[in-house]
Design a protein around this ligand. Structure first.
Ligand code: NAD
Length: 266
């Protein structure tokens, strides 16, 4: 049976890494979870982990670069759980692209997922948020949370495409915050640093292989650039998103919270 009082959060890219950690954390916080991912198997694994811990979740396959798929996926979650409270546009691609290697294909692919996925996620969520009118000015009926990066705060070497998408996500977040406030919707972003996920491990492995070193060595090269002296675990980021998804951040909108152990200082 649908529990009409149970809040619902949709997380894209919930099959692994940061997205999975966010899904597990928000389930622990009491949300029912829409686990959306390109990878059906891992999206279902996330659901199994949530259910094993006593939570509720639904897996839906989606390519976030496809507008109709995202709208349909969010509709399926709302049909199952009866409402939508938080939309987390987390799915992203992070290829390293030395300037001279950038092709039209890679440029379009990464923008379609990292930027397009945010537009479509916002539209998919708005459809449901608009049905719930705030009782008075300042009441919050929905929250949108987007994945940016410390690479969306400063230029990083070899990340001209990825970094541009993450700067774009901050821009969209600021505009959407202004456009949607009157509907009672807040829009914020999170900016992780170096997080131990399959995305980061792939990059670290490349560096390690080039230097004939281990994966752990590759990961530790970044720890030197982090003030707190260690790279991030996905759960560090999930804790930040938990704050953005919960009531304690109701008076915050248009912000991009840096959760990077002290790499970028603003
Ligand atoms: P990851 O590659 O480990 O996981 C990404 C997930 O998104 C995967 O499950 C993948 O299947 C899914 N996905 C990819 N393309 C998709 C698509 N088109 N449609 C639906 N799902 C898709 O990545 P991660 O490290 O967990 O990163 C998550 C987010 O955090 C990304 O937006 C990334 O840019 C951002 N981020 C990561 C780091 C880091 O250090 N790992 C740092 C800063 C920002």
């Amino acid at each position: 049976m649908v529990d009409a009082n149970k809040k619902v959060a949709v997380v894209t890219g919930a099959g692994q890494g940061i997205g999975r950690a966010i899904a597990l954390r928000l389930a622990k916080d009491g949300f029912a979870i829409g686990s959306l991912d390109f990878n059906t198997v891992t999206a279902k694994e996330t659901v199994a982990l949530i259910e094993a811990a006593g939570g509720k979740a639904l897996a839906v396959s989606v390519d976030v670069s496809k507008r109709e798929e995202v709208i349909s996926a969010v509709d399926q979650v709302v049909a199952k759980f009866g409402r939508l409270d938080v939309m987390i546009n987390n799915a992203g691609l992070g290829p390293t692209t030395p300037l001279e290697d950038i092709t039209p294909e890679i440029y379009h692919k990464v923008f379609d997922v990292n930027v397009g996925g945010v537009y479509w996620g916002i539209q998919a969520a708005l459809k449901h948020f608009k049905a719930r009118k705030p009782a008075k000015t300042g009441d919050i009926v929905g929250k949108i949370i987007n994945a940016s990066s410390q690479a969306g705060q400063v230029g990083n070497p070899d990340l001209a495409v990825y970094g541009a998408t993450k700067f774009a996500v901050r821009g969209i977040t600021q505009t959407a915050a202004r456009d949607l406030a009157k509907l009672g919707v807040t829009v914020n972003a999170y900016c992780p640093g170096i997080v131990r996920t399959p995305m980061m491990e792939n990059i670290a492995k490349k560096v390690a292989d080039e230097n004939k070193q281990s994966l752990e060595w590759g990961l530790q090269q970044w720890a030197k650039t982090v003030t707190l002296g260690r790279i991030s675990e996905p759960e560090d980021v999930a804790a930040c998103v938990s704050y953005l998804a919960g009531p304690d951040s109701d008076y915050m909108t248009g912000q991009a919270l840096i959760i990077d152990g002290g790499m970028v200082f603003n």
